[in-house]
Design a protein around this ligand. Sequence first.
Ligand SMILES: Cc1cc2nc3c(=O)[nH]c(=O)nc-3n(C[C@H](O)[C@H](O)[C@H](O)COP(=O)(O)OP(=O)(O)OC[C@H]3O[C@@H](n4cnc5c(N)ncnc54)[C@H](O)[C@@H]3O)c2cc1C
Length: 351
Amino acid sequence: MKDTTKDILIIGAGLTGLALAYYLKEKGLEISILEGRNRTGGRILTVSNNETPLEMGATWISPQHSQLLALLKELKLDIFEQKLGETAIYEPTTNSPHQLVPLPQNQEPSYRIKGGSNLLINSLAQQIKTTDVIMGCVVKSIEGSKDFLLVNTNQGVFKTKHVVSTLPPFLFLNTIKVSPSLPEELHEIAQNTHTWMGESIKIGLSYSDAFWDEMKLSSTIFSNQGPVTEMYDHSNFEQDRFALKGFLNNAYYSISKEERLELIMRQLEKYYGQRVRNYLNYEELIWQHETLTYTPYEGHLFPHQNNGHQLYRNSFLKERLFIGGTETASAFPGYMEGAVRNAKEIASKLQ
Ligand SMILES: Cc1cc2nc3c(=O)[nH]c(=O)nc-3n(C[C@H](O)[C@H](O)[C@H](O)COP(=O)(O)OP(=O)(O)OC[C@H]3O[C@@H](n4cnc5c(N)ncnc54)[C@H](O)[C@@H]3O)c2cc1C
């Protein structure tokens, strides 16, 4: 057992966990973050490989995401508008030819973080220098007693006054054993709480130029044929690195990377011709293979099912355990905005 008793152990160094440590940083509390992966960020991951930064997780911010926008401002991070263009390449049915359709011009814009979403994670991590972030530390179980909680991990046992889980609640319930057991009602809700984007497949291709602009073709794609279902221009703000990035139909998770890439090439070739094959770098992330994000459901859950459920406002094990994370936020659950709001909500209870 570690010899010190922490005030707070946060499980997970994703946006919720890091933002929570950031909001608590002035309080003089002994805090550690236990992160199972060997990287911070959770569902935020920008990969570069010396080419265009590609977002494999969270990317877009809406103007309504006020708490996230305020946090970005505090951290001196800038945003820029997602380029959509005036038209989109559209495949309406599984066997119809693609067509160019006008995009509504009065749509609310969405924004990206200049330099990549990882900058948000890295800046938060820098701001909480005094908080321990213990990497590769997978929490297995939590045991409650009268005055403290014991947290069992692959790196030993930690003693603490409070635990905040920031895992998706479904993952928490199915991978971390809690004793004494949590209320049946909570089990029922968490067992049916959808993990936002947990099933998704992200793909990105970087190029030495934006050939789609030169060809006067749209880089916005909506397809009901697939495998690519949506795609967008993913060039950087400075317009000196170029990329296309989007989502693959979730059903393509089980074939090989080479097979997926070839199917993507064949689809994009229909619109852009051979040039699409001259990519510098291909990146993909099958989120349902990420065991620290996703574990399969027994039945079917609808997107956002039980996200933001009222029960997540409660604390458990004599008010020592908080079940947080974006899915539990009272507004915009599932999104980065939900993660920031949830961090603030829990920080206010731990003052
Ligand atoms: C493909 C994709 C696209 C997205 N697009 C957008 C978007 O455009 N805009 C938007 O607002 N949001 C988007 N999101 C959602 C956004 O990423 C999340 O809202 C946000 O990142 C969630 O942060 P979190 O900290 O609550 O959870 P997570 O990021 O899931 O963090 C939980 C952390 O807990 C760790 N962990 C898990 N189990 C254990 C364990 N047993 N022990 C220790 N640590 C553990 C994980 O490794 C992880 O770091 C997207 C998500 C994905 C996957």
